[in-house]
Design a protein around this ligand. Sequence first.
Ligand code: PEP
Ligand code: MG
Length: 759
Amino acid sequence: MYVIKFEDLSKSDIGIAGGKGANLGELTQAGIPVPPGFVVTAQAYEKFMDEAGINDKVMSILEEIDINDTKALQAAAEEIKTIINEAPIPEDMIVLILEAYNQLCQRVGEDDTDVAIRSSATAEDLPEASFAGQQDTFLHVSGDEEVIEYIRKCWASLFEARAIFYREENNFEHSKVYIAVVVQKMANADKAGVMFTVNPSTGEEIALIEGSWGLGEAVVSGDVTPDNYQVDKKDNEIVNVTISDKKVMYTNDENGTSVKVDVPEEKRKERVLSDEELIELTEMGKRVQAHYGEPMDTEWAFERNNLFLLQARPITTLGDVDVDEGSESSDLGDVLVRGLGASPGMASGKVKIVLDIDELDKIKDGDIMVTTMTTPDMVPAMRRASGIVTDEGGVTCHASIISRELGIPCVVGTGDATATLEENSGVTLDGKKGLVFEGISKTEDASAPVAGVSVEAAPLITVTEVKANVSMPEAAAKAAATGADGVGLLRTEHLMLTAGIHPGKFIADGKEDELIDTIAENVMIVADEFYPKPVWYRTLDAPTDEFITLEGGENEPEEHNPMLGWRGIRRELDQPEILKCEFKAIKKLHEQGYTNIGIMIPLSQSPDELRQAKALCSEVGLEPHKDVDFGMMVEIPAAALTIEDYIDVGIDFVSLGTNDLTQYTLAVDRNNEFVAKHYTEEHPAVMKLIERTIKKCVEAGVTCSICGQAGSVPHIVEKLVGFGITSVSSNTDAVAEVRKTVARAEQKIILDAARKRLE
Ligand code: PEP
Ligand code: MG
């Protein structure tokens, strides 16, 4: 069958209609209002290629391309698209398509009605494979000629350079990927948005609805901050309404083309959805969830008071979250202290105040550890705690980074928790909101903290790689389980903990080999989990105030401001013996086959440091660029402003360390809670440095990534994708959400390009 109406398709028809087409069929069959339409099947595409006799020609072009040669890839893509655009479409197929289109026009009572034409790709053996965002979508297509023309364009878009690259990278056989095309009446929405049929971060049975004016693109692309509503599905009670300032919207101009315009002043702060509309949406959400038997992520639109669903897919980011009513912050006692939410999740337990390292033993399984600030040697005790509260610090401090990685709820920067909280008293902390409540939550078992994070493998595949940050080898398996595309930052400082001995002491005691083995053994655990995906080992960035607590750390100098002091590559070049041991450890691993490990130097302020570090690496017999990928962090404004000079020295990759870049640009100590309110990566100066670095790297063909905390913040990530970043490395708990954001941002870029082509 070449053409099938939505009414005759169901979710099991992915092999015929692709994921998008099959789901629209399923919704239609379930009686959910969906703008009507039909699918030109994957088999129609196959027939077209066969009849035109162009299959072999296309496949032989594909066989010969080197996908890493961008120019050759583009040229091959153009050649294939021309072949497809010039090949004849079987007459009987054209007749069937136009018949279906004309029936659609009759059904909606409009001549040459406007339709959206969307690609819906599918793989022969792997119908569930995701190709979202790889192929084109065309909006506002009308009339027989245009309909055929744009269906053909969808077919050709299977061979966009980006799509070819994606399939090669993900080992999909080109000849086994087909494309179905969805032809659907355009919804001219007055208001639109998305609805999750449960709260996606907690799993609660609350419909979470976002809506804004005009077509849905504004919300889906993130161009607008939509209104946010929450409706309790038990009794349809509207439990939260947050109205935002909606600055832009997409609407149809007189030619029927969608354009981005300013929202009229009087509507910007007007509430989008009435109580009745919210209930109508919630009811529809319940029906969709009941029909599919699982929580769903949907896109909806109201067109002249009629509600439609445009898309529905299972929510893929729900973790093993088990939050119920009792753990809601609002059910708890008084707030005892407030700070910054550093690691999400709720935890209850007995307060144990640790003012000195000697007191760590008192932390038993399930206790809440309360301390001034955690240090590396506290990690074993942190592991036993069900929650962590600190007086000092911001969201990028030691306690924050480690507790996120361990999946332990954490509140930092409270100012006075060690003085205010009472030893042995029961408390509950909310690591998302940054609050500590009096009493043990009724439903909280102190030994079983509920971490509100998802570590489920993210099924979306994006061209911009989404990697994970890892600090402790034991966290590598969890990080790998997210489906991350590699490790964009392996922080060595924490590896040294396993030894518990200062690296300088190994050297002083003549035990270099032991130091090399310690590093190699720990890095191997991470490299193994991710093999063959890349793991970027960052050489030691040892701040004196953190390393002073390690055995042999007593000789660390006391600095006025360790953040501006003896750390990073500048320190390593003063202590080259340690750096050389690190290089030797990586060399050893490469020789054992772990060629996926790259090297990255931290906190550089001058290209000469890069030159010297590379020379030391060569000296141990590991040739930068040839034997090992060699890159650098951009954490100091000086490096961002002179990145081209580093590129001249030679680097394989760059990673933006926005935690330090922000503190050094704004003169805000990232560990100092008194100035935490001034710490923001979104300051225009920081964003300019980020944009400059990415653009200079893109220009020079150097891989550019980010591994600072900003890489875990979806709305910042969206901007970085727009700047052209190659990969994003996030906290383990954020990988799935960031992947979703990246996919949306990539699709938006494709959509914008498609729209431009239509103009
Ligand atoms: C950074 O500075 O952004 C970074 C990732 O390094 P760290 O947080 O370890 O200083
Ligand atoms: Mg840093």
